[in-house]
Design a protein around this ligand. Structure first.
Ligand SMILES: Cc1cc2nc3c(=O)[nH]c(=O)nc-3n(C[C@H](O)[C@H](O)[C@H](O)COP(=O)(O)O)c2cc1C
Length: 318
């Protein structure tokens, strides 16, 4: 729609270098004369009609605007998670160690050092030793599962039990079983159910409504394996269900503005752990997947511009 308000995506910096426009990871060899005007026009939002009208008759401007829209530099709603933090990339480029990720021994050694760090290890004080408390069984058995038993199904009762951790808490008004900033619960839950992998349920995409504890079927399609990174495809190919966590920014941004995004990430982490704990307690397996082609999933789900995918958890029988 031409009256949609377009914004310069918050995490995308721009600069002009040798007459080229550099917007995030993209380089355009034309249109540098349109900057910084195009940036200033869009940073606080402008309708597409007004933007095109501003550069009326300028074909280069119209072409660049189209390209910036399709590259999601100009967006209608909230930025996707990766896009939010893109502006950090000049800093992270100084930290990134490509070799580390190509050499498994080097990575293992680095991981060992990171995981076993003690940032107060050099202090001369004697630490207060805590009691050696017994860890409950369901936490002791915590471990992400990356290969599921593809010949087994998840029972309908089991799936109901997993999802129950996200349902409304009928013993308290407008509350659920986990904390959420402002009690606004901005994470929507969708499921991708594989063919013949969950009792009673046909394959397809579903929305889980926590208020009436029900699933609404949205389509017969399921996520394609190719949407996942190659390293994650085996996990997806054997799982029975994918739990998709979507940030619905309309729920908490009216109260928290941009901070709503950060709070939603915290909510999402809390919900992930809650689901992990319940799945593990009931003897199934699960694995968090932090990234995939979320844009394609958003399209499949028909999400509005104020909703973005944040996270996925693959679940299946061990
Ligand atoms: C935000 C996040 C993203 C993750 N993404 C992936 C992933 O893409 N692929 C994968 O195999 N595991 C992924 N994991 C699982 C971690 O690799 C795993 O939790 C970690 O190695 C610790 O192992 P454990 O869960 O078995 O204790 C992710 C976990 C989190 C919290």
């Amino acid at each position: 729609m031409n009256n949609d308000v377009l914004y310069w995506s918050a995490g995308v910096p721009f600069r002009i270098d040798n007459n080229k426009v550099i917007a995030g990871a993209l380089k355009f060899s034309y249109g540098s004369e349109l900057f910084p005007e195009l940036y200033y026009l869009t940073v606080n939002g402008i309708s597409k009609n007004d933007l095109i009208g501003h550069f009326k008759g300028n074909k280069k401007a119209a072409a660049l605007i189209r390209e910036l829209i399709s590259a999601r530099v100009l967006i209608k709603g909230v930025p996707r998670l990766n896009e939010m933090f893109y502006g950090l990339s000049p800093y992270t480029a100084t930290l990134r160690d490509e070799e580390l990720y190509l050499d498994p021994d080097k990575l293992e050694a680095a991981k060992n050092k990171i995981v076993n760090r003690n940032i107060c290890g050099d202090l001369q004080t004697v630490p207060v030793r805590m009691e050696d408390t017994q860890i409950p069984d369901h936490l002791r058995s915590h471990c992400s599962t990356r290969s599921f038993d593809a010949d087994k199904k998840i029972g309908f009762d089991e799936l109901s039990a997993f999802l129950a951790v996200f349902r409304d808490n009928k013993f308290r008004k407008n509350a659920r079983f986990y904390p959420s900033a402002g009690g606004l619960y901005p994470i929507d839950i969708y499921l991708c159910i594989k063919e013949k992998r969950v009792d009673k349920l046909e394959k397809g995409m579903y929305y889980y409504c926590p208020v009436n504890n029900s699933l609404y079927k949205l389509s017969d399609c399921i996520i394609e394996e190719s949407f996942h990174y190659p390293t994650n495809r085996e996990i997806y190919s054997s799982s029975a269900v994918s739990v998709l966590m979507v940030y619905n920014s309309g729920c908490n941004m009216p109260k928290y503005s941009y901070k709503g995004y950060a709070y939603a990430l915290l909510d999402c982490g809390i919900m992930t752990e809650l689901l992990y704990t319940e799945v593990s307690r009931l003897g199934a397996g699960c694995c968090s997947i932090g990234d995939m082609d979320f844009g394609k999933v958003e399209e499949m789900l028909g999400l509005p511009p104020e909703s973005v995918m944040l996270h996925t958890i693959e679940i299946g029988p061990k």
